[in-house]
Design a protein around this ligand. Structure first.
Ligand code: FAD
Ligand code: FES
Ligand code: MG
Length: 277
């Protein structure tokens, strides 16, 4: 179970894993995630199901190495198995025929946006995609996104590819152009999702964001992933991870994301030291 079929570094420090997981592949829907453990003594980390193939019984995860566990995951070899893989978790994206929709993915956020865009397209929507990265080399899944969107706009912060600047630039242009946008999905770093919500708020277009809150059990029992949405406490793992971004308490969310920075740094530094990295 959970055998790594293939592992590719698709951009510096960003890996795509194809995993044999027929039961998960059978049930997976866009917007859902998994919780995995690399080995018996490792921590549990959530990763989005970036793709699934029901016939082949495989799922894909795309992740960025940001600390100890993702570094360990990047070292797992093809043919090896993960210690545990639980999913699909979370409420799937609400896929309907809305008309015109926009999907925005920033950085590693392009991975979770991809299956949402694909299913929105299959449901008959006109899908406008906007993807961005800091620089050209870090842009992921452009070819896949082109196939599932009617129009794809690309940005890089440094202007090395596509339009210079943030994803909010072309998003504002699309909204100002009078496109009859009915719904927007925006997934990426918290500050990006917050900025997207500020752009879309005056237009009153519902903007769905996926909250990458710190998670532990992923089943609504521990409270680690607590977020405030519309003044109410929600658990991102069971009530989300998607929420109406106009209702999210972004300041609290961003603050809670960095609660364990010190411990994470110690763990990663020790890991790098012990592996001579
Ligand atoms: P650490 O050094 O432990 O942490 C680095 C940062 O990662 C932390 O500051 C924190 O912001 C975040 N993080 C750490 N532990 C957790 C945790 N238990 N749960 C959530 N975030 C944590 N990342 C991807 O690269 N690809 C994805 O598809 C993806 N999907 C996600 C889906 C969901 C629903 C959530 C909640 C998170 C997702 N993440 C994804 C983030 C991913 O879980 C973290 O990058 C990972 O846990 C970092 O582990 P680490 O030990 O390498 O880094
Ligand atoms: Fe424990 Fe959500 S991760 S309640
Ligand atoms: Mg960690």
């Amino acid at each position: 179970m959970a055998k790594i079929i293939s592992k590719k570094e698709i951009a510096p420090h960003i890996y795509s894993l194809l995993i044999e997981a027929p039961l998960i592949a059978k049930k997976a829907k866009p917007g859902q995630f998994l919780i995995l453990m690399v080995h018996e003594k490792g921590e549990r980390i959530p990763l989005t199901i970036a793709d699934y193939d029901r016939e082949r019984g495989t799922i894909r995860m795309v992740f960025e190495v940001v600390g100890k566990t993702t570094a360990m995951l990047s070292k797992v070899k093809e043919g090896e198995e993960l210690f545990s893989l639980v999913g699909p978790l979370g409420i799937p994206s609400e896929i309907e025929n809305y008309g015109t929709v926009v999907v925005v993915g920033g950085g590693i956020g392009v991975a979770p946006v991809y299956p949402i865009a694909r299913e929105l397209k299959a449901a008959g929507n006109r899908v406008i995609g906007i993807i961005g990265a800091r620089t050209k080399g870090l842009l992921i899944m452009e070819d896949e996104m082109r196939k599932v969107t009617d129009k794809l706009l690309v940005t890089t912060d440094d202007g090395s590819y596509g339009q210079k600047g943030f994803v909010t630039g072309p998003l504002g242009e699309v909204l100002r152009s009078g496109e009859p946008v009915k719904r927007i999905w925006a997934i990426g770093p918290a500050v990006m999702m917050k900025a997207v919500c500020e752009v879309t708020r005056p237009y009153g277009v519902e903007t769905i964001t996926s909250l990458n809150a710190t998670m532990l059990d992923g089943t609504g029992m521990c409270g680690t992933c607590r977020v405030t949405v519309g003044g109410q406490t929600k658990f991102a793992c069971v009530d989300g991870p998607e929420f109406n971004g106009h209702l999210v308490d972004w300041a609290e969310f961003i603050n809670r994301l960095s609660r364990y920075k010190q411990q994470e740094k110690i763990a990663y530094d020790l890991y790098k030291k012990s592996f001579g990295e």
